[in-house]
Design a protein around this ligand. Structure first.
Ligand code: VGL
Length: 213
């Protein structure tokens, strides 16, 4: 596959400590803390680097508790299931992985899931219906980007949803598995199959990707 450097963006989706074994009480994704160097290599293929963070609040309605375990359903327009507390704004879990740039050094950055009754997965829309843009699609279109390479956490939730949103917005989308980790093998496999059906190119690594400058 050949891509054009000037028309490519690299997307670091939720590459945060709250999704790694560094924060075992949050949503630790196995080896989630090992992807920073792969994300940095991926960024070298692209003129633009964009990123996202979950930035939740401690009053969130979707928090699991003793009576309502993780994964149990919760009613509401912009929530679906309960999750253990993770990525609370200002805490260690909300920090980007060591080795990644500061958010201020990305070309565009999204903070999402800040409202107590909203828990989006994709980084392109604040709501679950895909109506309220975070602005990243407009940033990419406005800069003439046609291809987005995606990595981050977790493959089976926020990476998958972000990749699908970008594909539906008209971009060529490459998911770089070397720069992703997921929550469970079954949901990772299902995510890869859903993304492939959608026309997303899912690669083990970027070794065979050719860039034209
Ligand atoms: C995520 C589950 C819950 C993710 C976020 O970033 O993939 N997964 N919240």
């Amino acid at each position: 596959m050949v891509i054009k450097y000037n028309k490519t963006a690299s997307f670091d989706v939720d590459a945060q400590k709250g999704f790694t074994p560094l924060c075992p009480d949050e949503l630790p994704v196995p080896d989630g803390d090992k992807i920073a160097s792969a994300l940095n290599r991926q960024a070298a293929f692209a003129k633009f680097r964009v990123g996202s963070k979950d930035w939740h609040c401690k009053q969130a309605l979707w928090l699991a508790d003793d009576k309502n375990p993780q994964f149990s359903p919760i009613k509401g327009r912009n929530v679906d299931i309960r999750w253990n507390s993770h990525c609370i704004g200002g805490t260690k879990g909300a920090e980007l992985l060591d080795g990644l740039p500061h958010p201020a050094d990305y070309d565009f950055f999204v903070w999402k899931g800040m409202e107590p009754d909203m828990h989006p997965y994709g980084a392109c829309f604040h709501d679950l219906d895909g109506r309220l843009s975070t602005g990243v699609i407009e940033f990419l279109h406005g800069n003439g980007v046609d291809t987005v390479i995606v990595g981050g956490l977790a493959t089976d939730y926020c990476v998958k949803t972000t990749a699908m949103q970008l594909k539906r917005a008209g971009f060529n989308v490459v998911v770089n598995l070397e720069a992703c980790r997921g929550i469970s093998i079954d949901t990772i496999d299902a995510a890869i199959s859903d993304m492939t059906k959608e026309g997303i190119v899912v690669l083990k690594n970027l070794n065979d990707l050719k860039v034209e400058k």
